[in-house]
Every structure is written in C-alpha cells, then in structure tokens.
Design a protein around this ligand. Structure first.
Ligand code: ZN
Length: 336
C-alpha cells in the first residue's frame, strides 16, 4: 500500500478500534453464549483490510453503521434496559405454536414509547458479510412496549410479533403452499378459469400483481390471528388501545393493511367472543357483561366510522385465515 492508500486504511482502522472496544465491553457484560458468539462475528465483520481509497471507506462506513446498530440493540438487552420479566411469557407463546426453542434464544429490550413494539427474527443474519455462514446463533430480539412495565395489558400486543416468527419459520412450506393454493383458486373462480384448459396469461399476471403488492398484508393479518389465538381477548384489547392513537388509521402502508381494518376485525372478534363467553358462563345480560360491552364499544366506537374496505383487503384477510386454518389442522392447535 502506498501512503495515500494507507491514509484511508488508517481512518478505517481508527473506526474499527473504537467499535471493537464497545463489542468487547458488550461481550464481557453478557453471560449468554449466543451473544458472545455474535460479538465474535461482529468483530470479524469489522475487518477493514480491504480499505485503500475513498470508495472503500464509504462501503466500510456503511457496514460499520449496521454493526453499530446491532451492537446498540444488544446493549439495550442488558438487564437494566430489558423487560426480562416478559421472557417466560414469550417462551410460552413460542411453545404454544410449536416453535422450537432448543436452538433459539429470545432477547428483549424496552421500547422507547408505548407504540414501540417489534421483533427482529434471527438478528445475526444482518451482520455484514455473514454470507452463507452456517450455524450462526439464532437470536430473536423482541421490543416490548415501553408502558408494559406498569400497564400489563399492553404486553399482549407482542403476540403479533411471535406470529411473525411462526410465519418466518414456516414460510418455505405450509405458508407458501397455502397462500398459492388460496390465491390461485380465488382468481380462477373470479375469471371462470377452466383448469383443464390452458390458463390465460392475464390471469397469471393478475395473480402475480396481487401477490407482489399484498403478500405482506396477508402476513400481518396472519400474525394478528396468531396473536388472538395465543392471547385471546387480551390481544384484541391491546391492539385497539395501541391503534386508537394512530393519526391516519384508514391509510394502508406498503407493508401493512390499514390499521382501521385491523381494528375492525379485532373489534368483531371481541364482540363475538364476549357473546359466546357470556352465554357459556351465564354473564350475558348481567351488569358486568354490559359494562364490558360498553367499555369495548366506547373504545372501538371509532371503528364504526371507518368506511368499507376494498375487495383486495377482504381477500388478504381471507387468505390469512386460510393459512391459519391449515396450522390448526396440521399442528392441532387448540382452538381458543
Ligand atoms: Zn407485523
């Protein structure tokens, strides 16, 4: 390397040294074997031997950003920031869905605000240059809403995040199979396709377009159904409370269906369950039952003002239901 090359390498080396120190501190503070392994992978990923000009330095800086974000997230799983009390509940939810825990570890961090809840499935896969390294430590990082420490009912929202783990771990199997079975049959019906003849190309195109734009919406509905399965009414109440504060609830996102649609579905599940429970335990029509109905109605009053949803929204929800039914049959999940 000439002196100009060395100049860029030295800058990268400086960044590297600082980050290595943080990683070392993280490693020494955590007793988890998985985190120690992730620290070793992160240290390897900091290798800057390739940096010899400004372009390399830009690439290196980008990798460094990702590494720093992962290190920061892991810092937030230390006891004082995490919500470790929620781990037994999360483990129970995984077990309930038959998600193997032998080789996975669940970590938690406290969210920054009440609507900060999320999951990063298999965090190690985001380490730069990890490529096809086999046997990377399987760690799922769950963000617990900030207020769950003092408002326990809000914890049920994490059922949705556990749904994402079920979805991810079964994607290349039952999920993909059921989605394609459902979508093709719906579009064939819509276009009166005779399956014994050649399928018109425009039907294929329409199916592909739908899948491209709506696959993540199907996933979101599926995760809500999983959460409602694990946590029952507690999830639907938590969802309604979390979504009521959303500014523009009727606006769908690229990845998410309109919050208003998910609220309406949660509301319907709540009312149906309350009716059934009331009939079963004799509380239907009692003061307690009507007080509960009143409470839920007032919380969900907003739902009535939401307009109807598009046929594609309805189709996504139906598809999610179809996948979930498949799980119930295959894994004999107890019907809540
Ligand atoms: Zn989601």
């Amino acid at each position: 390397m000439n002196s100009q090359h060395l100049f860029f390498y030295d800058i990268a080396e400086g960044y590297r040294a600082g980050e290595l120190e943080r990683i070392e501190r993280l490693r020494s503070e955590h007793s988890s074997k998985n985190i120690k392994e992730i620290c070793a992978l992160l240290s390897d990923a900091l290798d800057c031997a390739f940096v010899s000009d400004v372009e390399d330095l830009i690439v290196y800086n980008r990798q460094l950003d990702t590494i720093q974000s992962i290190v920061q997230l892991l810092y937030e799983t230390r006891p004082k920031n995490s919500c470790r009390w929620s781990i037994p509940l999360l483990k129970e939810s995984y077990k309930n869905l038959d998600i193997q825990l032998d080789s996975r570890e669940i970590l938690t961090r406290k969210g920054l605000h009440p609507s900060d809840y999320a999951i990063i499935i298999n965090l190690s896969q985001y380490i730069p240059k990890i490529g096809c390294t086999k046997n990377i430590p399987q760690v799922d990082l769950v963000t617990i809403p900030h207020n769950a420490d003092f408002d326990i009912s809000s914890i049920a929202i994490v059922g949705h995040e556990v749904g994402h783990v079920l979805y991810e771990t079964n994607k290349k199997g039952i999920i993909d199979d059921r989605i394609s079975e459902f979508i093709t049959s719906e579009f064939y019906k819509k276009h009166n396709v005779d399956k014994s003849k050649q399928i018109p190309i425009d039907v294929y195109v329409e199916i592909a377009e739908f899948a491209k734009n709506y696959i993540s919406h199907i996933c979101e509905h599926f995760c809500d159904l999983v959460a409602a399965h694990i946590f029952g009414l507690a999830f639907d109440i938590a969802l309604l409370r979390a979504f009521l504060v959303i500014d523009n609830p009727t606006q769908p996102g690229k990845e998410h269906p309109a919050p208003s649609y998910r609220m309406k579905l949660a509301y319907k599940r709540l009312v149906a369950a309350m009716d059934t429970n009331g009939k079963n335990n004799g509380t239907n029509g009692t003061k307690l039952h009507s007080a509960f109905i009143e409470m839920v109605s007032s919380v969900a009053n907003k739902c009535d003002s939401f307009s109807d949803f598009s046929p594609n929204d309805e189709l996504c929800y139906k598809a999610a239901n179809f996948i979930f039914e498949g799980f119930k049959i295959r894994y004999r999940l107890a019907i809540p």
